[in-house]
Design a protein around this ligand. Sequence first.
Ligand code: ATP
Length: 213
Amino acid sequence: MHLHVENLACVRGGRRIFEGVSFSLRPGEALVVLGRNGAGKSSLLDILAGRLAPAGGTVTLSGADERTLPECLHHVGHRDALKAALTAEENLAFARAFLGDPDLDPRQALGALGLAHAAGLPVAYLSAGQRRRVALARLLVARRPFWLLDEPTAALDAASQEVLLRLIEEHRAGGGMVVATTHQPLALAGAKAIRIERAGPRTEGTLPEDAFR
Ligand SMILES: Nc1ncnc2c1ncn2[C@@H]1O[C@H](COP(=O)(O)OP(=O)(O)OP(=O)(O)O)[C@@H](O)[C@H]1O
């Protein structure tokens, strides 16, 4: 499977947010998306997820057996998109019923994020970091090759960041692909990087050592 993004442009509210964004992803690869607040990082993920139409450019997925890109991805956005009145486990069971694989276990997914003890608690009672971890546990109740992660480490403590990085690396080792926006250092081995800015063109490069300074 291969994702090729060419010369992508984004307009929101009549304003040009970015243009000329190009990159490609092959199995096992990760792309870190950098840029100031409002640069358009979340908008880029929204376009890839099929939630926002691009103002120009192309997104081409090959080798996906006629599945569309939105059918091949998880999108963990800024908002956790959890149902506050349902328990953590019920939220994951809902996600699995909607998108998932019946053999994947919500309790195991919560366990992988260190939240087994909170499985029966309504999400409304969980802390911000715990809610984030429930949202991330959705990655584990449906097998999808592309993970679109919008600031995935926001609200996570150091130990949870380590867990998330390990899950991402396991996903990549199995041929998965990741696009992650971030303002914080994200230690993804050999990741590509792209900085979104208003004036294009923007093409991928390697993650600069001073990216987060
Ligand atoms: N529905 C909308 N209508 C009009 N403008 C919008 C809409 N949604 C977002 N924008 C604008 O698009 C621009 C890009 O927003 P986006 O959320 O993609 O930025 P970002 O790089 O993810 O920012 P941050 O680092 O703060 O999360 C911002 O100027 C924002 O105000």
